[in-house]
Design a protein around this ligand. Structure first.
Ligand SMILES: [Zn+2]
Length: 332
């Protein structure tokens, strides 16, 4: 084979795989290690009888925090562990597995990805390595988004933001789906899956641990202002209103710390404050940069939201997304 053809075929394979194989240099021998560094252990925090969360190492992905900027969760039952979100890399997935081992000898029987953003599923690779038959669940729309390019986008995003520390991570998609409404029991612990349509993305599921009156929220609510580009204000307001009325006592966000229903109500008020003001100001003919200082003066924004990480840098982007949604609603 000509060298040119050899390269062509190597890249053809690489483009589909993206992970370790694609990044492996052509001269690498089989036993050569080509993987980013291990992520240091972060002890899991026990939130309720069965529910744990592993706190993020920072609000944004950086080389220093290895891309560990969300909180993976897990639920310990008598028959095994249910994991909710797997972090941004195979290394973070491996770190999650080490923390689970400190708490229980039981195997991971089920993994759930709350949505397609890369800090919630790129660690799947570690769970498949640990158990080739592990069931990985998400909403079908999560798989659809990943298959249409979000997989590669998020892999590259994490590589770029961590100085390539996720090297070795192989893109590993969910292999089972939830549509919302499913109820099941694992080892004496009851679960219910919720999908409210488009909230933070069109693919969000939240995981109710009915036995503990807990809801793992995915990114539908967070005490952080980050990414609304794939979301809906009206969908968020509607979903958070429904969740607030469910009688649950503890809500575990994938960014920020767990809290009672105050977390949900604050998240809802944040979305309402932006969206309702954008509607009014849009009618008055204001542009996004004219709206921004007016909205930032609203009491909730000044007194509460302004304390959240990312607020100053990101609030303008939220207003742009809200304007787009107001415009779309006029034609709906
Ligand atoms: Zn997200």
């Amino acid at each position: 084979m000509k060298r040119r053809d050899l390269f062509k075929s190597a890249f053809a394979v690489g483009a589909g795989l993206v992970g370790a194989s694609a990044l492996r240099p052509l001269y690498a021998s089989d036993d050569m290690e080509f993987k980013g560094p291990d992520v240091p252990d972060v002890d899991a925090v026990k939130v309720t009888e069965h529910c744990y969360t592993i706190p993020a190492m920072g609000p944004h992905p950086t080389p220093d925090n290895f891309g560990m900027f969300s909180n993976p969760g897990f639920v310990v039952t008598n028959d095994g562990v249910v994991v909710i979100d797997t972090g941004s890399s195979v290394q973070i997935g491996e770190m999650i597995l080490r923390q689970i081992k400190k708490v229980t000898d039981k195997p991971v029987v089920r993994v759930i990805n709350t949505h397609f953003h890369g800090d919630h599923w790129l660690g799947n690779h570690a769970f498949v390595n640990a158990n080739a038959n592990v069931e990985i669940y998400s909403h079908q729309k999560c798989i659809d988004n990943l298959k249409s390019g979000q997989d590669k986008f998020w892999f590259d995003f994490m590589q770029n933001n961590t100085n390539n520390k996720i090297t070795g991570t192989v893109i590993t998609l969910p292999n089972k789906t939830f549509q919302g409404g499913e109820e099941f029991e694992v080892g004496g612990v009851k679960f219910k899956i919720h999908h409210f349509g488009k909230v933070h993305t069109d693919s969000d599921i939240s995981v109710e641990v009915t036995t503990d009156k807990v809801m793992y929220m995915g990114d539908m609510v967070m005490r952080r202002v980050a990414n609304m580009e794939d979301g809906s204000f009206r969908g968020s307001i509607d979903a958070l209103g429904q969740i607030s009325d469910m009688g649950l006592t503890t809500f575990i966000p994938m960014h920020g710390t767990p809290d009672d229903v105050k977390l949900i109500n604050e998240g809802k008020e944040f979305m309402e404050t932006i969206y309702s003001n954008v509607e009014v100001l849009y009618d008055e003919g204001l542009s996004d940069f004219e709206m921004k200082p007016i909205i930032m003066e609203k009491p909730f924004m000044k007194n509460v939201a302004a304390q959240w990480p990312g607020y100053e840098d990101t609030i303008g982007k939220f207003i742009v997304v809200a304007i787009k949604e107001v415009e779309q609603s006029m034609f709906a």
